[in-house]
Design a binder for this molecule. Structure first.
Ligand SMILES: *[C@@H]1O[C@H](CO)[C@@H](O)[C@H](O)[C@H]1NC(C)=O
Ligand SMILES: *[C@@H]1O[C@H](CO)[C@@H](O)[C@H](O)[C@H]1NC(C)=O
Length: 235
C-alpha cells in the first residue's frame, strides 16, 4: 500500500521534474551542437570556410541542431598599450571590428551569418553590397559602433575568448564543437556535428550519410590555414 508520505514525495518529484523542464525552456538551454568559429578577416582559409562551408548550416536543416557563434579576432594580437595588431594589417582590424559590431547588432544568427558572409565573400565592395536591407537607423548604429569605443570593447572581448581557448588555437579558421577543437579535420565538420547531436529533434536530412558523403567538401589541403606564429602579412 502506498503511504501518504510517499504520495507527497511523488508529487514533489513530479513538480520538481516539471519545474526543471520548464526552467530549461525559460533559460533557453539548448541541446544543439555549439559550433564556434574563431577567425580573422582577410584570411583565405577563413573566407573559404565561411563562404562555402558554414553556409550549409543556414541553407539546410542543419540549422535545427547547430548553434553557430562567430568570433572575429583570430591571430591578431593586443600590444601592451591595448592596440590591436592584425596579421593582415589595418584593413583586417577594420573588418574584424565591423564584423564584431554586426554580430552585436544583428542578434539573429542567420542575419549575423549573412552579413559576415557578404563581407568575407567580397571584402573590397562590402560597403555597397552588405548594408543592403539595413534600415537607415541600422546603418547609423553600425557606423556608430565601429567609430566608438564599443567596437574596441567587442574586439577585446573576442581577444579574451580566443586567447583563453583550451587547448589554444594553432591556426585559423579554428572550429570548436561543444568546446572541443576540430583541428585540421575541418572537412569533416558536418558529420561531426551530426554525430555529436544527442537532442530529441530528428536528425536533419543533411546528416543522412548519403548527403554527407556526396558533399563536395574541401579537402584539408585545399583549405589554407593561417598559423598563429606566421609573420604579420602587411599588404
Ligand atoms: C602601441 O604599441 C604599438 C606596438 O607596440 C605601437 O606601434 C604604437 O605606436 C603604440 N601606440 C601608442 C598610442 O602608444
Ligand atoms: C560573392 O561575390 C561575388 C563578386 O562580388 C558576387 O558575384 C556573388 O554574388 C557573391 N556571393 C555571395 C554569396 O555573396
Amino acid at each position: 500500500m502506498v503511504s501518504p508520505s510517499s504520495i507527497t514525495k511523488l508529487v514533489f518529484l513530479a513538480c520538481f521534474v516539471l519545474f526543471s523542464f520548464s526552467d530549461n525552456l525559460v533559460t533557453g538551454q539548448s541541446d544543439k551542437v555549439q559550433l564556434n568559429l574563431y577567425y580573422e578577416s582577410l584570411c583565405p582559409g577563413c573566407q573559404m570556410f565561411i563562404v562555402d562551408e558554414l553556409v550549409k548550416v543556414f541553407d539546410s536543416d542543419l540549422f535545427t541542431i547547430t548553434d553557430v557563434k562567430l568570433v572575429p579576432f583570430g591571430n591578431a594580437e593586443i600590444s601592451d598599450n591595448k592596440t590591436v595588431i592584425c596579421q593582415h594589417g589595418e584593413e583586417e582590424c577594420k573588418l574584424n571590428a565591423f564584423e564584431a559590431c554586426g554580430i552585436k547588432i544583428l542578434t539573429n544568427p542567420k542575419s549575423q551569418y549573412k552579413f559576415i558572409r557578404c563581407i568575407e565573400n567580397d571584402t573590397k565592395n562590402y560597403e555597397q553590397n552588405c548594408f543592403q536591407g539595413f534600415g537607415d537607423d541600422q546603418k547609423e548604429v553600425m557606423n556608430d559602433c565601429y567609430n566608438s569605443d564599443l567596437s574596441k570593447k567587442l574586439i577585446l572581448e573576442n581577444a579574451k575568448q580566443t586567447m583563453s581557448l583550451k587547448p589554444k588555437h594553432e591556426f585559423v579558421p579554428w572550429v570548436t564543437l561543444n568546446g572541443k577543437p576540430l583541428y585540421e579535420k575541418l572537412n569533416d565538420w558536418v558529420a561531426q556535428v551530426c554525430k555529436l547531436y544527442k537532442g530529441k529533434a530528428p536528425l536533419p536530412k543533411e546528416c543522412s550519410s548519403g548527403s554527407v558523403l556526396s558533399e563536395t567538401v574541401k579537402t584539408t589541403s585545399e583549405l589554407q590555414f593561417s598559423y598563429v606564429n606566421d609573420a604579420m602579412i602587411i599588404n
